[in-house]
Each structure stands twice: as structure tokens, then as C-alpha cells.
Design a binder for this molecule. Structure first.
Ligand SMILES: [Zn+2]
Ligand SMILES: [Zn+2]
Length: 344
């Protein structure tokens, strides 16, 4: 995917916002037209940047690692367009589509706490001041104004008047919220994109931010070290916890397997042969009761003894429990008599 220039990201954010709930009005279009004049973006460049993406929000991922000016201005340019349609009305009168699209931009610019309003409240007026400057309707009609802006860019006046106060408020707000790593990321992005930003807004003198970065650097690197140590400690604790859980799980599985084996064993007959008669030592059942489970858990222990038959006076060999004296007559299916063995 082709990377858009910074001013193209800003203008596209504004234009897309106008299009999330069509039709885009003349007033909304004029905001974008004025910005194009301010950024010296001809219609070919605008169309090309617009058509790079097939969806309105296609360019948003590119905002993520950009400098704070581009990110903040992209968001408020979108707000300006959304408010324009509702002139004189409040923010709550935005359409769901517009509100949704602006919150997508808010997410895309990836500044912690921005969503929680802390930083937003500190910068919003200054952000709008920039928007008013770069989207003034006079830009479309007043050639004299364009001359002045050209000179102001060359002399760094736009920066001093509009951009610097915004940056100051933004970086101060990050400090106030203890977001030092965000501070560093945004400062480094500002340096990275400085020359492109100067093409857009004119000369920029970032001395005070350079100086502040030097002051903050030891603090930032200490915080990073602390953060790394903290993450290491957490990872260690997590690993130990996982190890413990795995151990407990293995023990539990072992226990379950043991219980299962025990259950299986309890169901299995163990046949003996005596006087030509097959009988199970634990349930007394003979071969024909094989299809039923054994009941070892009941605790009987049968051996073959000569006892009187149940129905008649003759004697024969029958399994008799050594403990409780129960006689297992072969006519009884062994799954029916589930009394526990009790020694008499
Ligand atoms: Zn048995
Ligand atoms: Zn018994």
C-alpha cells in the first residue's frame, strides 16, 4: 500500500468524514478545498491520494506512527467537517456514522489517554486554532492572504502562532499524565517528519522540545528499565504460576487415571477353577455372567464350598463369601444383588 504524505493524510481524513454520511455539502467541501490551498495540493495529488484506498478509513492505519501534529490535525479536521454540517449545533448532533468515524481516527492516532479526554481537553482549542488557520474560507478567494501566508511560512510565523502552542500543550499534557514513553515516541516522530512538516507549515524551530528531551532522557530511560524489570518479574511469576498449574493438572489427571483404572478393575472378573467349576473370586459369578460387570467394590471374597442348594436338600459346590457367608447361587445374575460385604 502506498504511503500518503502527511498533508494527504490530514485532507483525506477530513474528506472521508464528509463522505461517511453523504451527501457532502458545499460548506464541507470548502473546508477541504481551503486546506488543499494551504498545503498546495493540486487536484491530481488530492485525487491520487484519495483513490489509493477503496474504503473511507483505509488510510487510518498510516496515522499510527506519524508525528503529533499530523495525528492531532487529522482528528480535528474531521471534527471540523462533521460540525460544519451541523452548524450552530452541538457535538451530540453528529450522525452516528460521523461519531463512529471520528472515534476510529481517535483510535488510529494511538495516543494513550486521548480517549479518556485528559489530553484531548488540553489540546482541543489549540488544535481548532490550527484548523481555522488552514481551512479559512478566505484562502479560496483572497490572493493577498495567500501571499501573507507564504511569507509567514518562510519566516516561521505560522509555526510560532499555531503549531508551537499546540505542541507545547500536547507534550506538557503527556508529562502531566506521566506518559513519558509516549512523549519520546511523539518527539522522535516529530524529528523524523520535521522536513515534511516544514513543507506544510513553514519553518519550525524545535529547540525547546530538543532541550526538554535531553532533560527527560535519563528519566525516560530509567522508567524503561523499571518497566523492563517489572515485565521480567511478571513474566517470571506467570511462568511459575503456569508451572504450578501444569503440575496440579498432571496430578489431577494422574489421580483420575488411577480412579478410572480402579473402576475398570472393579468391573473385571477374576476367575478361578475348582472342581471343574469356574467362578469369580470377587462376585462369585460364573462364566455365563461375564457380560455383567464385576462388583469388586462390594468387598466379597468367594471360594468354592460344598453347601446345600437353595431350592432342594441336595448339596453341591457353590461360591461362598469367606467374610459374610453369602452364597452365590448360579441362578442369580450377579448384577442384581448389590449388598456390601459385612463380616459376620
Ligand atoms: Zn466377578
Ligand atoms: Zn461377603
Amino acid at each position: 500500500m502506498e504511503n500518503l504524505k502527511l498533508d494527504e493524510l490530514i485532507v483525506r481524513s477530513a474528506w472521508a468524514t464528509g463522505n461517511v454520511s453523504p451527501p457532502i455539502t458545499e460548506n464541507e467541501k470548502n473546508i477541504v478545498r481551503a486546506m488543499r490551498v494551504f498545503f498546495k495540493m493540486d487536484v491530481d495529488r488530492f485525487n491520487k491520494s484519495y483513490n489509493t484506498f477503496t474504503t473511507l478509513n483505509g488510510h487510518l492505519p498510516q496515522l499510527k506512527d506519524k508525528d503529533p501534529i499530523t495525528k492531532i490535525i487529522s482528528r480535528w479536521a474531521a471534527c471540523e467537517v462533521a460540525f460544519k454540517e451541523n452548524e450552530g449545533l452541538k457535538e451530540s448532533n453528529l450522525s452516528d456514522e460521523e461519531t463512529g468515524f471520528i472515534s476510529q481516527i481517535t483510535d488510529a492516532i494511538n495516543i494513550p489517554s486521548f480517549i479518556k479526554l485528559d489530553i484531548r481537553a488540553d489540546v482541543f482549542q489549540l488544535a481548532f486554532n490550527v484548523i481555522y488557520e488552514i481551512s479559512s474560507p478566505q484562502l479560496l478567494t483572497d490572493n493577498h492572504l495567500l501571499e501573507i501566508i507564504k511569507i509567514e511560512k518562510e519566516e516561521g510565523v505560522i509555526y510560532t502562532r499555531r503549531i508551537q502552542p499546540l505542541l507545547k500543550a500536547f507534550f506538557n499534557s503527556l508529562e502531566k499524565n506521566n506518559l513519558y514513553d509516549t512523549w519520546e515516541d511523539n518527539y522522535l516522530a516529530l524529528i523524523k517528519y520535521k522536513s515534511e512538516l516544514q513543507d506544510m507549515f513553514g519553518k519550525m524551530d524545535l529547540k525547546e522540545f530538543d532541550a526538554r528531551y535531553k532533560e527527560l532522557k535519563p528519566l525516560i530511560s530509567n522508567l524503561k528499565k523499571e518497566q523492563i524489570a517489572k515485565e521480567k518479574q511478571l513474566a517470571k511469576e506467570l511462568a511459575e504460576k503456569e508451572k504450578q498449574l501444569a503440575k496440579e493438572k498432571a496430578e489431577k489427571e494422574k489421580q483420575l487415571a488411577k480412579e478410572k483404572a480402579e473402576l475398570e478393575k472393579n468391573k473385571t472378573h477374576e476367575y478361578s477353577v475348582s472342581n471343574g467349576i469356574h467362578y469369580c473370586k470377587y462376585c462369585g459369578g460364573d462364566e455365563k455372567w461375564r457380560e455383567f460387570d464385576c462388583k469388586r467394590e462390594l468387598g466379597h471374597k468367594y471360594t468354592l464350598r460344598r453347601v446345600q442348594n437353595k431350592f432342594g436338600f441336595d448339596y453341591s459346590f457353590q461360591p461362598v463369601c469367606n467374610n459374610c457367608g453369602d452364597i452365590r447361587h448360579y441362578c442369580q445374575p450377579d448384577n442384581k444383588y448389590e449388598f456390601k460385604c459385612e463380616v459376620k
